[in-house]
Write a new protein. Structure first.
Lengths: 356, 164
C-alpha cells in the first residue's frame, strides 16, 4: 500500500474541501478501497476518512413519506431497519444476499453504491484495462468473460457493476443526495453510474470531490412492498458476487399487474432497468408465460461480449423467476438464504415452469 | 507525520503511536500489541480468519484501517475466556470437534459470538450456515462448526433464562 495523507474531517463541508484534490479518496467502511489499495489498483494520495461525520447514519421517514437513508448507514443495519423492511423488502433481501456478515457490518450505503467492478482484469495491474488506465486496452476481451457484460458494453470495456443493493434501488427510482464544494444536488439513481462508452474510467456522474450524503426512496415504493423480491445466481450458495441477478417489484390489483419495476444486476456496467419488460407485464396476470415474455423483452438487445452467450439465457430465466416469486408475495420472514435460488419455492409456483 | 491510535482491546486501554495511517486493525493487533490469536489468512476480506468484534460487531480486521476505528472497543479471541473458564462458544467448539488444523478457529469463534449476538439465526442450521458463510475452513470442519454454534446458542439462551 502506498503512503497517503490521512485526514478526518468533522463536517460534510470540511470533507468536500479536503477531497477537492484530484488524488483524494473518501474512506468509509473501506471494504473495497483497502482491497484495491492492497492490490496496487488504487493509489490515493489522500484518504478523507468520513466515518466520524455527524448526521449521516440514520434512516428516517421525511414529511412527504419518502425514506432517507444516510450514506454512512451500515449495510447490515439498513437490512434490519424496520422502516426499510416494511417499505422496500427487496432492498433488504439484496443487501443480505451480498458479501458476508462481517463485510455488511463494515460496508456503508454510500460505499456500496460507489464500489468498483470486480472484473479480474481491472483488479490485476499487469493487465490492460481502460477503466483503470484509460487507453491501455482491455484484456477482458477474449479473456474469461463469464462475469462480463451482455448489455450496454463497448469495445473499450465489458465490465459489470457488482452491487446487489443497487439493483432494487434502480428499480425503485431511488434518488442520490450529493454534496460538493458548490453545494448540494439530487441525482436520479439511474443517472449515477455511466455505461462505458469510449472512456470507461469515467464511471459515475459525480464531479471530482463530490460526496454522496444520502439515498432517498420515494414514498410510492410502499405500493410494491407486498410483491417484491431479489434473486441472485452465483457460483456458490453464499458469499459470492452475482453471475446474474434481478429485482422484481410488482403492484398487483385484481390479479393483474398495474405497475412493474424490473432491474437486472451483473449484466452491465450499471444496474440494468428493464423498461420494455415492465411495459410487457402491465395489464396482464403473472403466469409462467407472461413472466417469460417480459424477461425475453428485457434481454432483447443483449449480445455476448465474449464466450458468455449463456448469460443471456440465464438472465432471462432469473428475471422470469424473480417476477414469479414477486407475484407469489414477499415472504413474511426474510428467507434463510436471502436472494438465493436454493431458497424454498412457494407452493403455488412449485411447478417447475418458473425456470422458463 | 505521527498519529496516535487509541483502542480498548479486551477491556484494556491501549495507545499506539503510528508512523503513518497505513496499518490495518489486524496488523496493529498482531504486530504492535502482540495479540497473535487473530489470524492473517487472505488479508483481503475473503476468508474471515481475522474476524474480531469492533464495538460488539464482527468485522474483518484486515480490511479495517486502524485509524478509522480510533476510540473503539475491540474484542479478540484472547478476550473471550473469563478467569480461565472458556467462553461457551469456545467450549462448544471443543466439544463438537469443530476444527482440524485450527488456523481459522479464532475467526470462526469470533464470528459465531457476533452471529449469536445478532440474534437472528437461532438454532436453524441453514441460518447458522448462511450467517457463518464469511468464515472459510479449508479443512472443511463445517458440520462440527455449525453444530457448535447451535449448541453455544442454546447454552447461552439457557444461561440467560436462568439468570432472568
Amino acid at each position: 500500500m502506498n503512503l497517503f495523507d490521512y485526514v478526518r474531517p468533522t463536517s460534510v463541508a470540511e470533507a468536500v474541501t479536503a477531497a477537492a484534490s484530484a488524488d483524494a479518496a473518501y474512506l468509509a467502511g473501506g471494504t473495497n478501497l483497502l482491497d484495491l489499495m492492497k492490490g496496487g489498483v488504487r493509489h490515493p494520495g489522500r484518504l478523507v476518512d468520513i466515518t466520524k461525520l455527524p448526521g449521516l447514519d440514520a434512516v428516517e421517514t421525511l414529511a412527504d413519506g419518502s425514506i432517507r437513508i444516510g450514506a454512512l448507514v451500515k449495510n447490515a443495519d439498513l437490512a434490519r431497519d424496520p422502516t426499510l423492511l416494511a417499505a422496500a423488502p427487496a432492498v433488504a433481501e439484496a443487501l443480505l444476499s451480498g458479501a458476508s456478515a462481517q463485510l455488511r457490518n463494515a460496508a456503508s450505503v454510500g460505499g456500496n453504491v460507489m464500489q468498483r467492478t470486480r472484473c479480474a482484469y481491472f483488479y490485476d495491474p499487469e493487465s490492460a484495462c481502460n477503466r483503470r488506465e484509460p487507453g491501455s486496452g482491455c484484456d477482458a476481451r477474449g479473456g474469461d468473460t463469464r462475469g462480463q457484460a451482455i448489455l450496454g458494453w463497448s469495445d473499450a470495456c465489458i465490465a459489470t457493476h457488482p452491487s446487489d443493493f443497487c439493483v432494487p434501488l434502480a428499480a425503485l427510482d431511488a434518488v442520490v443526495e450529493v454534496a460538493g464544494v458548490d453545494g448540494s444536488r439530487d441525482l436520479a439513481f439511474d443517472a449515477l453510474h455511466n455505461l462505458p462508452g469510449d472512456d470507461p474510467s469515467d464511471e459515475t456522474a459525480l464531479r471530482p470531490g463530490e460526496l454522496i450524503t444520502a439515498i432517498r426512496l420515494p414514498a410510492e415504493v410502499r405500493r410494491f412492498a407486498p410483491n417484491a423480491r431479489y434473486l441472485k445466481v452465483r457460483e456458490r450458495t453464499s458469499y459470492a458476487f452475482a453471475l446474474v441477478s434481478a429485482a422484481a417489484a410488482l403492484d398487483i390489483a385484481d390479479g393483474v399487474v398495474s405497475e412493474a419495476r424490473l432491474t437486472l444486476g451483473a449484466v452491465a456496467a450499471k444496474p440494468w432497468r428493464a423498461h420494455a419488460a415492465e411495459t410487457a407485464l402491465v395489464g396482464r396476470p403473472v403466469t409462467a408465460e407472461t413472466a417469460r415474455e417480459a424477461a425475453e423483452a428485457a434481454l432483447a438487445d443483449a449480445r455476448p461480449s465474449g464466450d458468455n452467450a449463456d448469460k443471456i439465457v440465464l438472465a432471462t430465466r432469473v428475471l422470469a423467476r424473480a417476477i414469479t416469486l414477486a407475484a407469489a408475495g414477499t415472504p413474511e420472514r426474510m428467507p434463510a438464504l436471502p436472494g438465493s435460488v436454493f431458497a424454498a419455492v412457494p407452493a403455488q409456483t412449485a411447478t417447475g415452469a418458473i425456470h422458463g | 507525520m505521527t498519529l496516535t491510535l487509541t483502542l480498548t482491546v479486551n477491556g484494556e486501554r491501549r495507545e499506539v503511536p503510528l508512523d503513518d495511517a497505513r496499518p490495518t486493525l489486524l496488523d496493529v493487533l498482531r504486530e504492535r500489541i502482540g495479540l497473535t490469536g487473530t489470524k492473517k489468512g487472505c488479508d483481503r476480506g475473503q476468508c474471515g480468519a481475522c474476524t474480531v468484534l469492533v464495538d460488539g460487531r464482527r468485522m474483518n480486521a484486515c480490511l479495517t484501517l486502524a485509524m478509522s476505528v480510533d476510540g473503539a472497543e475491540i474484542t479478540t479471541i484472547e478476550g473471550l475466556a473469563e478467569n480461565g473458564a472458556l467462553h461457551p462458544v469456545q467450549a462448544a467448539f471443543v466439544e463438537n470437534d469443530a476444527f482440524q488444523c485450527g488456523f481459522c478457529t479464532p475467526g470462526q469463534i469470533m464470528s459465531a459470538v457476533g452471529l449469536i449476538a445478532e440474534g437472528e439465526a437461532g438454532d436453524d442450521p441453514e441460518r447458522i450456515r448462511e450467517g457463518m458463510s464469511g468464515n472459510l475452513c479449508r479443512c472443511a470442519a463445517y458440520p462440527g462448526i455449525a453444530k457448535a454454534v447451535a449448541d453455544a446458542q442454546k447454552r447461552l439462551a439457557d444461561n440467560e433464562r436462568k439468570s432472568a
